[in-house]
Design a protein around this ligand. Structure first.
Ligand code: NAG
Ligand code: NAG
Length: 403
């Protein structure tokens, strides 16, 4: 506390001195006066924002672009996720132990089999689309696919075994796979009643729009629309109510909506298409129940993405680096912290623009449909090598064929 007071005192003296100097030189020429003002502004701003500038500098120095050859960009994620199974391999018993955690699949002689029932049929279909494409090249294997949002194999408690999940945190042993929603079965909102899917189409449409909308033409506000799945989003929505020139963040209805209390005591806002997000310079991405499907979409707007929280992962997240491709935001950031961070971006427009472009390029170049297919292929081939037995067809499973 004392240290801080002394620092504050020095800081005030320093500010007074610089004001005094600026005043003196203003009696010289107008030009000199302007230059002094700029210096003073940047001194002040550098002190306040120095921490961000340092983080950006550090991130840039550390950053090594990934090797896009043979979709190696995401390969390390597979190695990490399979690591816990490396020493002992995957036995028949290990799979038995976790078979209630998801839907069981087998690939036998290049045919695909599945348990009769699937908890979320559209999600299974979104997954099978990729598996069916790859069948001619896949080895015999069997695996459990969790189609819930939530991962299943906690490191501290519960059973251990190989379960594929689309999203997880570092607390889980789940093996990440590319979400069903790259093809179909994504969350259905009123704008996409059949669910967000067809990444190839979205990618192209948004990527084109991102290229066509110039940075200067974007509204310089932070934007968010989504339902109140958690109170994590409240500070931004409250900041928006206080400071509508800086932030436009409003809650939309979700299925559980009953009254304005569910949208933080304001009428629900309309849902906004990804395309309309792109007209704003700063876009907020919060996690949903698990990772948010929004992330990859909003990055293609070529707007600056503020990504809240760093716990939840999908397979492609590790390619994206904080301060290089997006602005990281603490999950518990206060209204004041959010405001400072957004204002930092507003006042450092060239930096904001550069990070926005980096984010776009990372998704455009390294999250193609080919990357998704390639990931599945690499994952299943490496996984199959870990089996300690030869899988034989379970007659209770049904064959899945292309419709
Ligand atoms: C700034 O300059 C003006 C006139 O040039 C003077 O009246 C004023 O007292 C000065 N203020 C400070 C803080 O030096
Ligand atoms: C957008 O621009 C980049 C860089 O010029 C280019 O590589 C990319 O193909 C463009 N995207 C689309 C959808 O046209």
């Amino acid at each position: 506390m004392l240290k801080f007071s002394i620092f504050l005192l020095y800081y005030i003296v320093y500010l007074l001195l610089s004001f005094g100097e600026a005043n003196k030189s203003c009696s010289k020429t107008d030009k000199q006066c302007r230059e002094d003002k700029i210096n003073k502004y940047s001194k002040e701003s550098n002190t306040k924002y120095l921490k961000y500038l340092n983080l950006i500098e550090e991130a840039r120095e550390k950053y090594v672009p990934c090797d896009a050859n043979k979709c190696r960009c995401h390969a390390e994620v597979i190695s990490n996720d399979l690591q816990p199974f490396k020493a002992k391999g995957i036995s028949r018993k290990l799979i038995q132990d976790v078979k209630s955690k998801g839907t069981r699949y087998q690939i036998i002689r290049n045919r695909l089999y599945r348990e009769q029932s699937c908890m979320f049929p559209a999600r299974c279909a979104g997954i099978e689309h990729f598996l069916l494409d790859l069948l001619p090249k896949l080895p015999d294997t069997e695996f459990i696919v969790n189609t819930r949002d939530w991962p299943q194999i906690h490191k501290q408690y519960g059973v251990f075994g190989p379960v594929f999940s689309f999203s997880k945190t570092a607390d889980y042993y789940d093996i990440m796979y590319p979400a069903w929603s790259f093809w179909e079965g994504g969350p259905a909102i009123s704008l996409y009643p059949r669910g967000i899917g067809r990444w190839d189409n979205h990618r192209y449409k948004l990527g084109k729009l991102g290229n066509e909308t110039s940075w200067e033409d974007k509204t310089p506000k932070a934007f968010f629309r989504g339902s109140r799945t958690s109170s994590e989003r409240d500070p931004l929505v409250l900041l928006s109510r206080e400071n509508p020139d800086l932030v436009d963040a409003q809650y939309t209805k979700n299925q559980a909506w009953k009254s304005d209390a569910d949208t933080l005591h304001a009428p629900p806002a309309k849902e906004v298409s990804f395309e309309d997000h792109c007209t704003f310079k700063y876009l907020f991405n919060f996690r949903g129940v698990a990772a948010s499907f929004r992330f990859k979409h909003v990055l293609l707007c070529k707007s600056l993405v503020f990504h809240v929280g760093d716990e939840w992962l999908e397979f492609f997240y590790p390619v994206l680096k904080p301060w290089v491709h997006y602005v990281p935001v603490e999950a518990d950031a206060s209204k004041e912290e959010l405001q400072e961070l957004i204002e930092f971006a507003v006042r450092h427009d060239d930096i904001a623009r550069e990070i926005a472009e980096n984010g776009y390029n990372a998704i455009w170049n390294h999250l193609t449909m080919r990357d998704v297919v390639c990931y599945w292929s690499k994952l299943l081939k490496r996984y199959a090598k870990l089996l300690t037995y030869e899988p034989v067809l379970d007659e209770t499973l049904v064959e899945i064929k292309r419709k």
